[in-house]
Design a protein around this ligand. Structure first.
Ligand code: GLN
Length: 499
């Protein structure tokens, strides 16, 4: 049986109805992994043995008349900065070499509680810093649409694993775009939830005031299904909101954009010259479909966010990272260089363990927090962040959703930006403001480039805080209208695929 073109909902449904077993699904998933990995390298750890055991257990429970949950038997991949007990968690770094977490992240508990089966841990930019998955100590991941291109990052392995058909859904983390941008490069739906919606207990921190965990999927229904499972309050995460979560799967049942206000951003006009024409066209098409579906297109102004979001992020995120990464010192976790003095041990371990981009962030972060520079950089960036939050709050007074590109370009070539950090940072201009303002946003596939190897084009929808239902509703309408749901290289000749 080929599960490559089935959605998570179809797999869980098929297993519950005993059309096929969780073990058969998992075997098919592993076949796809072994077929794809030599080219794609999406996974750092393949959880073959533990996955087979978990799938067998699901089958036994079903045979015993139990209903093991909404994701029963669905194979899933998690980014390698989230802990699964007993499996290595590397964060794409040499620094955590040999570290096996003794506990499950909150999302891992929730997923296995819902019956999901872990197929592996996904490649990522080291400690989630980057936008191409080229900053992994384990080598780059390839984009399944075009192996010469990057899958995006930092959650590039999680996105590639879904686009390549290993698994129908996966989890990533998004500090400044790391779910949305790889989703856009790999032709998937990717959701960055409101800050505080999903527990980060067991997620290795990058920038704690920005990090959120969220799902990747090939359909909006699967995105909602996964979100329903992971969006739970958690007292172990001090930033986890206690508010009641709606049933996200209900938001995609009878979707409608009638009477909704979808905003374009005034300042985007002046920036659009630096955006690829195909991305601009995808955005235009999305807006005209919204209009045809009864939405009103309005304009909002976000001058601070679009001009200063990027520098603000690249001060605050490194500042937080420099503090968070201080714990990797050769004493507590993973790598340790045996030296005569404690100082040598710290220096050598950190010198060998961290890659160049992580070192760049630690240096920048330490600098902007240092006495004499703190006021000019860190404090000023915090003030700008407050202005951005206020600016978005005002904007959502006159609209339900804001539409922007996810990334200024489709997937770029491997090696193209890796030696030019500033260009790589500039590509984050449309995603970073969302994290700084603690908002939810969704990237959807709105079409393809023309040419021999079509590349997916992503559009981003942003909602106000806790506006995930609004995002899922709109994405479900657009999914129907665009008619390319479930399209992925793995389904090219299959159901819903491009032939
Ligand atoms: N590309 C951004 C960065 O390098 C975002 C990363 C992320 O969201 N984890 O920091």
């Amino acid at each position: 049986m080929e599960i490559n073109s089935l959605t998570a909902a179809e797999i869980a449904g098929g297993i519950a109805e005993k059309k096929f077993s969780a073990s058969e699904v998992f075997s098919s998933c592993m076949e796809a992994v072994h077929r794809g990995e030599p080219d794609i390298s999406a996974l750092i750890t393949v959880a073959e043995e533990t996955g087979h055991a978990a799938a067998r257990e699901i089958d036994q429970r079903i045979a015993g008349g139990e209903k093991p949950g909404p994701l029963a038997g669905v194979p899933i991949v998690m980014k390698d900065n989230m802990c699964i007990r007993g499996l290595p968690a590397t964060c794409g770094s040499r620094m955590l070499h040999g570290w096996i977490p003794p506990y499950d992240a909150a999302v891992a508990e929730l997923l296995s509680g819902a019956g999901a089966v872990f197929a592996g841990k996904a490649n990522m930019d080291e400690f989630a810093m980057g936008g191409s998955t080229e900053f992994s100590a384990f080598g780059p991941t390839s984009n399944p649409w075009d192996l010469e291109r990057v899958p995006g990052g930092s959650s590039g392995g999680s996105a590639a694993a879904v686009a390549a058909g290993y698994v129908p859904v996966s989890l990533g983390s998004d500090t400044g775009g790391s779910i949305r941008q790889p989703a856009s490069f790999c032709g998937l739906y990717g959701l960055k939830p409101t800050y505080g919606l999903v527990s980060r207990w067991g997620l290795v921190a990058f920038a704690s005031s920005l990090d959120q965990i969220g799902p990747f999927a090939r359909t909006v229904e699967d995105l909602a299904l996964l979100l329903s499972v992971i969006a739970r309050p958690d007292p172990r995460d001090g930033t986890s909101s206690r508010r009641e979560r709606p049933d996200y799967t209900a938001c995609v049942k009878n979707p409608s954009l009638k009477g909704k206000k979808v905003a374009v951003v005034k300042e985007f006009g002046a920036m659009s010259a630096s955006v690829s024409p195909e991305v601009r066209e995808a955005l235009e098409k999305t807006l005209s479909l919204c209009r045809e579906e009864g939405a009103e297109i309005v304009e909002v102004s976000l001058p601070v966010s679009l001009e200063f979001g990027l520098p603000c992020y690249y001060i605050l995120a490194p500042a937080e990272a420099s503090s968070n990464l201080a714990r990797f010192d050769g004493v507590r976790y993973g790598l340790s260089s045996k030296e005569d003095s404690l100082l040598e041990l710290y220096l050598r371990t950190r010198g060998k363990g961290f890659g160049s981009e992580v070192k760049r962030r630690i240096l920048t972060g330490t600098y902007v927090l240092s006495s004499g520079y703190y006021d000019a950089y860190y404090l000023t960036a915090q003030k700008v962040r407050s202005l951005m939050k206020e600016e978005f709050r005002r904007a959502f007074g006159s609209c339900d959703l804001i539409a922007l590109p996810t990334s200024p370009t489709p997937a770029f070539k491997k090696g193209e930006l890796v030696n030019d950090p500033i260009q790589m940072y500039l590509a984050d201009v449309f995603t970073l403001p969302v994290n700084l303002a603690e908002l939810p946003a969704l990237s959807l596939n709105a079409g393809f480039t023309s040419g021999k190897k079509p590349l997916p084009l992503g559009v981003q929808l942003i909602a106000s805080r806790w506006g995930e239902p609004e995002l899922l509703n709109a994405a479900a309408v657009l999914e129907r209208r665009l008619g390319i749901a479930g399209t992925a290289p793995c389904t090219k000749n299959g159901k819903g695929g491009r032939s």
